[in-house]
Design a protein around this ligand. Sequence first.
Ligand code: GLN
Length: 280
Amino acid sequence: MLTRLGFETAALDAKLLAGHALGLSPVQMATHEHSPVSDSDAGQIAALLQRRLTGESVARIIGQREFYGLGFALNGATLEPRPETELLVDMAITWLPAGGTLLDLGTGTGCIAIAVLANRPDATAMATDISPQALEAAHANAERHGVAARLGLRQGSWFEPLRAGARSGEGFDLIVSNPPYIASAVLETLASEVRDFDPQLALDGGPDGLAPYRVIAEQGASMLAPSGSVLVEIGFDQGEAVSALFAAAGFARISIHQDLGGLDRVIWAHHVPPGERTAG
Ligand code: GLN
């Protein structure tokens, strides 16, 4: 049915959905190929197929998605982790100093902070999200990947929960975020798989799509260690505008990095302590 309706990954989708309904891993699916399926199991599979046919992604239906080689549980309040975001994780893993501290803003499933911590056993992180439900997913994912003891989760908007006294030491070495960056008016035009199933709050970047970057640029410096920096994911056409926001907020050595598709995807901006800033 999926093939007939033009789903490009029909066979894979069918295998994943059937495996999920039957509670079988991909290996078990292969080794149980000839086992009969009960009527109630067939009904389960049909129900999942029905959801896929409305355009809901396989990841949302089975409640998890692979990111940076790790499985992440999703829920209605979290964005699906995207492969494009792996570039930001690569950079964070490479550039975080030894024993460094990371702050992940709008953590969602926790995919960025957790993937970094899983690959940097020396690091610790703090992550915030405005949605308590998203933080539940992040907590479960941190437990699952054995990094919960090194990840503090705080509910609130951007830096807000940290001002309330949760911040420790001399500031973070690295602030990372994949904030909502779609202009409100553009949301309606997105593919149905995104528009109808990803949470609006995780996508909507305000009238010009840049509202979260303003908050991060304006308030980020006061949260960073003297040699700290910021890594943010951006939309393919936001490189110049976001660089300008960070420059105006006093950041220096601002660079734009491309993803595997050759599109602008990450901005890296370095903190300059107020005393060292030059005019202009
Ligand atoms: N940080 C999470 C991710 O990269 C959530 C991002 C978001 O909700 N905008 O998937």
